[in-house]
Ligand binder design. Structure first.
Ligand code: PMP
Length: 426
C-alpha cells in the first residue's frame, strides 16, 4: 500500500501541529504506523492523499450515519453559504432544527422541551453540568469509569482502584481541586452508586452516563440498572443526564433514552445533529432551562453557536433519518456480529443498532475493568490488516465502529471476510 503522501504530510504536520494531529486518537499511537491523511469521501468510502480507498467504519467517529457528502446535506450547506456563513444574531435555522428535534423526541423523550446549541460535545456536557449545578444548587457530579464526556477539566478523571474514589485528574494541567467535585465509580454496580448517595446524596447535583457507553468499547448496561439510576437520582433530587453525543439519533430518533425507555432530566447531543459540521447541544425540561442565561443566572454563550450553516446541515441530516434507515444499518451491524460470533474465535463482536465493537473474551464487558487490555496489541495488527485491504477501522481497539446507510450487504460481506481471514490465520 502506497502511503507516501500521508507520510509526507505527517512529517510536515509534526513540525507545526502537536503530535501531528488535531485530536490525539488520530495519531495512530495505539496501533502504530503513520496516520492516514484523508482527502475525500463519497457515500461509505473515503480516499486518502495517495488515492487508496477504504470502506469507512469511523464515519468521523459517528456523525456520518448517512455516509459522506449526502446530496441533501451538501445542498443545504451550499444554499445557506450563498446567504451567509454566520451572523452572531439569531437565525431561522436554529429554530427549525430545535423544533424538528423536539418534535421527533416528543413521544419518546418528552423531557426535551428546550435546546441550547453549542459547537462540540465537550461544550454540550460542560454546559449541561453547569446548568445541573445551578438548578440544583449542589456541586458534586457522579460519572462512570469508562464513560467519556469530552475533555473539560472536571471530567478528565478516572476511578482509582477502590470501589469509589473522589476523582483524581487523568490529565496533566488539571488541578486536583477541579476534579474534586467529580465522583467516579464503576459502571453496572448498583452498590457503588447507593454507597455514594448514602454518604453524599445531598451534595450530588447530577449523575451523568452514556446510556449506551461507547467510548471504552461498547459497555452495554441493563435497562434495570439505568432505571435504578433514574429512581435514585429522583429520590435524592439530583438530575440524571444522558450523554447522547454518540447515541443521539444514532440508535433511533430517541437515542439511548428511547432505546431503554428511560427519561433523563437533561440530554447532551453532538455528532449526528450537525450532519458533519461542528455542533453540540444540551436539552431538557423548561423548568431547568429557566435557570440558563439570558433567562436565569447560569451563564453559557458562544460566538458561533447555532451557526446557520451547521444548523442547516444538521436539519438536512435529521430529515434523512427514518425507521427504514435505522433497521437497515442495524441489520448490517448484526451481520458483522453474527459472522464473527458464529465462528469459534477468541474475539467476539457486539452491537447496539448501527454501533458495533470487537472484543476479546467470551462475554461482552459491561465495565471498563472487564476489557482485555492485552488484546489491544492484537487489535493493532487487525487494524493494519484491515487498512491494507481497504477497511478503515478506528485506530484504537477501545473505539467502536459505525455502520452508515450507504453500506451494502456486499460491503459488509467483504469486511467480515477480511476480519475472519485475520482471526483464522492466527
Ligand atoms: N460525550 C461523548 C459521549 C462523546 O462520545 C464525545 C466525543 N466522542 C464527547 C462527549 C465530546 O465530544 P467532542 O469531541 O465533540 O467535544
Amino acid at each position: 500500500m502506497n502511503t507516501k503522501k500521508s507520510e509526507e504530510f505527517y512529517e510536515r504536520a509534526l513540525n507545526v501541529i502537536p503530535g501531528g494531529v488535531s485530536s490525539p486518537v488520530r495519531a495512530f499511537r495505539s496501533v502504530g504506523g503513520t496516520p492516514i491523511f484523508m482527502k475525500s469521501g463519497e457515500g461509505c468510502r473515503i480516499t486518502d492523499e495517495d488515492d487508496n480507498t477504504y470502506l469507512d467504519f469511523c464515519n468521523s467517529w459517528g456523525p456520518l450515519i448517512s455516509g459522506h457528502r449526502h446530496p441533501d446535506i451538501v445542498k443545504a450547506i451550499k444554499s445557506q453559504a450563498d446567504l451567509a456563513l454566520t451572523f452572531g444574531t439569531p437565525c431561522a435555522n436554529e429554530v427549525l432544527l430545535a423544533e424538528y428535534m423536539i418534535e421527533k423526541l416528543k413521544k419518546s423523550v418528552p423531557s426535551i422541551e428546550k435546546i441550547r446549541f453549542v459547537n462540540s460535545g465537550t461544550e454540550a456536557v460542560m454546559s449541561a453540568l453547569r446548568l445541573a449545578r445551578g438548578f440544583t444548587g449542589k456541586n458534586k457530579i457522579i460519572k462512570f469509569d469508562g464513560c467519556y464526556h469530552g475533555h473539560s477539566d472536571g471530567l478528565l478523571v478516572k476511578a482509582g482502584s477502590g470501589l469509589a474514589t473522589f476523582g483524581t485528574p487523568d490529565s496533566a494541567g488539571v488541578p486536583a481541586s477541579y476534579s474534586q467535585e467529580t465522583i467516579v465509580i464503576p459502571l453496572a454496580d448498583k452498590a457503588a452508586v447507593e454507597k455514594i448517595f448514602s454518604e453524599a446524596g445531598n451534595d450530588i447535583a447530577a449523575v451523568i452516563i452514556e446510556g449506551i457507553p461507547a467510548n471504552n468499547g461498547l459497555l452495554i448496561q441493563s435497562r434495570e440498572y439505568l432505571q435504578f439510576l433514574r429512581d435514585i437520582t429522583k429520590k435524592y433530587k439530583a438530575l440524571l443526564i444522558f450523554d447522547e453525543v454518540i447515541s443521539g439519533f444514532r440508535v433511533g430518533f430517541g437515542g439511548a433514552a428511547a432505546h431503554y425507555g428511560i427519561i433523563p432530566d437533561l440530554v447532551t447531543y453532538g455528532k449526528i445533529i450537525g450532519g458533519g459540521m461542528p455542533v453540540g447541544a444540551f436539552a431538557g425540561r423548561s423548568e431547568i432551562f429557566s435557570q440558563l442565561a439570558p433567562d436565569g443566572p447560569v451563564y453559557q454563550a458562544g460566538t458561533l453557536s447555532g451557526n446557520p450553516v451547521a444548523m442547516a446541515a444538521g436539519l438536512a441530516q435529521l430529515k434523512l433519518l427514518d425507521e427504514g434507515l435505522y433497521k437497515r444499518t442495524s441489520d448490517l451491524a448484526e451481520k458483522i456480529v453474527s459472522a464473527v460470533n458464529e465462528n469459534d474465535l477468541s474475539w467476539k463482536a457486539v452491537h447496539v443498532e448501527s454501533i458495533f465493537w470487537l472484543y476479546k473474551g467470551e462475554n461482552p464487558p459491561a465495565r471498563a475493568d472487564q476489557i482485555d487490555r492485552e488484546a489491544m496489541k492484537e487489535y493493532a495488527h487487525l487494524h493494519h490488516h484491515c487498512l491494507e485491504r481497504g477497511y478503515y477501522m478506528a485506530p484504537s481497539g477501545y473505539e467502536v465502529g459505525f455502520v452508515s446507510s450507504p453500506m451494502t450487504e456486499r460491503d459488509i460481506d467483504g469486511y467480515t471476510e477480511c476480519l475472519l481471514s485475520f482471526f483464522k490465520k492466527k
